[in-house]
Design a protein around this ligand. Structure first.
Ligand code: SAH
Length: 372
């Protein structure tokens, strides 16, 4: 029988397990704290538990811990891209961004992705598998321990479509914001979706206070279909209606992400159409000049088109910001995260090898030689 993934259990579920083992109830609190506050990576570390109990737990439960395979540090802005090896050898990427308001971690939700957005590297090889709640949590836990500082914000914007892994995502959010765990405020957690309408509607009813970000990227269905296959399944009218409902049910303003692709979606007439589309929405637009990936020929909008697009939206009364690009030199920016697999000599695949060759300015640190 498979051992139970203990880090994915809620406190109530863990208490139930502890009771079934015939242990006193207070053990559940101790174990939960070792897992989610002290972020122990093995049962052996749980020094307040008797040795015999640690052994019993190890026989019964699996403690998922990610192995830090590599860290790439941006020479431009100090952004750190982590490559984590999962227990099955797959490698995922997570990014730490340091802002004045705190430390933000960008978490992956799947190995690969099956949404097929034309401009995104994470989807090039399709979906391999969903991440478990413990595997999402441990990205935040390991990075917090690595830098020895508090993580205040989490964005689920790494590889994968979070709403395509709905149940695990919800469990992850509840554990991450649990006041007996790391207690990251739900208001500081953002989930970005390409627009899976049924799941967006379901999310609106969960009683959460997280921010929903919608990858909009277009002012019309025709443009959106060129960029995102999911737009064929869900027309903009339905996607935007789901956003409206999300705001209505949660009171949380929606973020509309808009990656600007030269000559495709960055015209001022398109900005005007976008403003009309969003005029009844309670939210704001976040513009992201597209980060080119070598497998596609999309080109970033020129600076002056980005400014003109922004001005047009502002003139129409839409709140708009331009996303500060972080970690470009370590391929840690939006849409640049891709999957790889751990080989005996380290995480490597064709793409990674090419990526390695391209990295000029970035510093690479392996765990053993990490800076203090
Ligand atoms: N699956 C989720 C998370 C994706 S990543 C979603 O679709 O929202 C977070 C954001 O980066 C999304 O808005 C995504 O569309 C955008 N993105 C993907 N590739 C990009 C690229 N090459 N340049 C700029 N933004 C990109």
């Amino acid at each position: 029988m498979d051992r139970i993934d203990i880090k994915s259990l809620t406190f109530d579920e863990l208490s139930e397990q502890v009771r079934a083992l015939g242990l006193p109830a207070y053990r559940a609190g101790q174990i939960y704290q070792w897992l989610h506050v002290k972020r122990a990576s093995s049962f052996d570390e749980m020094s307040s538990l008797p040795q015999s109990l640690r052994e019993q737990l190890a026989g019964q439960f699996e403690l998922i811990t990610l192995r830090q395979a590599e860290v790439l540090v941006s020479a431009i802005d100090g952004t750190r891209k982590y490559l984590f090896a999962l227990p099955d050898g797959n490698v995922i990427e997570s990014v730490l961004m340091r802002y004045r308001h705190g430390n933000s971690v960008c978490v992956s939700s799947q190995v690969g992705c099956r949404m097929g957005c034309r401009f995104c590297a994470s989807t090039l090889d399709g979906l391999v598998r969903n991440l478990r709640p413990s595997e999402m949590l441990d990205q935040v836990y390991r990075i917090g321990l690595d830098i020895g500082e508090r993580i205040s914000n989490v964005v689920v914007m790494g590889s994968g479509e979070p709403l395509d892994n709905y149940d695990n995502l919800l469990r992850f959010i509840r554990l991450l914001s649990d006041e007996c765990g790391l207690h990251i405020s739900q208001r500081n957690i953002t989930v970005s979706t390409c627009g899976l309408v049924p799941q967006m509607r379901k999310l609106a009813e969960e009683g959460l206070q997280i921010t929903l970000a919608l990858s909009l990227h277009a002012e019309s269905d025709a443009t959106r279909r060129k960029l995102m296959p999911v737009a064929v399944r869900y027309p903009l009218s339905e996607v935007l209606d789901a956003c409206h409902t999300y705001y209505g049910r949660t009171g949380r303003r929606v973020t509309f992400e808009y990656s600007l692709v030269r000559g495709v979606n960055d015209g001022t007439a398109q900005a005007a159409a976008l403003a009309r589309l969003l005029k009844d929405q309670h939210g704001h637009v976040n513009l992201i000049p597209v980060n080119p990936i070598k497998e596609r020929d999309y080109v970033q909008s020129e600076r002056k088109s980005v400014e003109a697009f922004k001005n047009q939206l502002e003139k129409s009364g839409i709140n708009v910001t331009i996303r500060r690009e972080m970690g470009r030199d370590v391929n840690g920016a939006c849409g640049q995260l891709r999957r790889s697999y751990l080989h005996p000599q380290g995480p490597e695949d064709g793409a990674k090898r090419r990526q390695r060759a391209e990295q000029g300015s970035a510093q690479r640190t392996r765990p053993a030689e990490k800076e203090g």
